[in-house]
Design a protein around this ligand. Structure first.
Ligand code: FE
Ligand code: FE
Ligand code: MG
Length: 163
């Protein structure tokens, strides 16, 4: 851990690590929700939906890497067991029990909207007091905003087929 890099953080570092670990739990659960959703999904436009879900799964895993790198940089430890993901998560996990395209897309939209709120509030809390975490959160937030829009337009395209 870089001592100077940690020293310039102008808010409680342990608090930032805690917030990051909560986001870390969210990213793993989002990754798995997309990954499994892509495997079980059925209904119209299935192939397009699978492609989108797999792309998003890869993004969520990359987010987990980005967040864990920042946790380690700050001298923290990323959650060591999957059991802790459920204790720390902000956004929870929606099991893809209904495999119909609309149900899968809707539950992932809900997850993205939660992720947008999580990174938006992380930005508000860190601001220029922790510009490195701030910059990471901006990058992830840009992806989550794109994810929400992708899913909402998929749902729109599906609309005429589902009516
Ligand atoms: Fe994410
Ligand atoms: Fe996302
Ligand atoms: Mg996409």
């Amino acid at each position: 851990m870089g001592t100077r890099g940690r020293a310039i953080v102008g808010i409680d570092v342990d608090h930032v690590i805690e917030l990051l670990n909560r986001a870390f739990a969210d990213e793993w659960l989002a990754y798995y929700q997309y990954w499994l959703g892509a495997r079980v999904v059925s209904g119209p436009m299935k192939d397009a939906v699978i492609t989108e879900l797999m792309e998003h799964a890869a993004d969520e895993l990359r987010h987990a890497e980005m967040v864990s790198n920042r946790i380690i940089q700050l001298g923290g430890t990323p959650l060591t067991t999957p059991k802790l993901w459920f204790e720390k998560t902000n956004c929870g996990y929606d099991a893809p029990e209904d495999p119909f395209v609309r149900a899968i897309i809707e539950q992932n939209i809900k997850g993205e909207q939660c992720a947008i709120d999580v990174y938006h509030s992380l930005l508000a809390e860190t601001g220029m007091k922790d510009p490195v975490t701030y910059n990471m959160a901006v990058q992830i937030l840009q992806d989550e905003v794109e994810h929400e829009e992708d899913l909402q337009s998929l749902l729109e395209d599906l609309g005429s087929l589902l009516r």
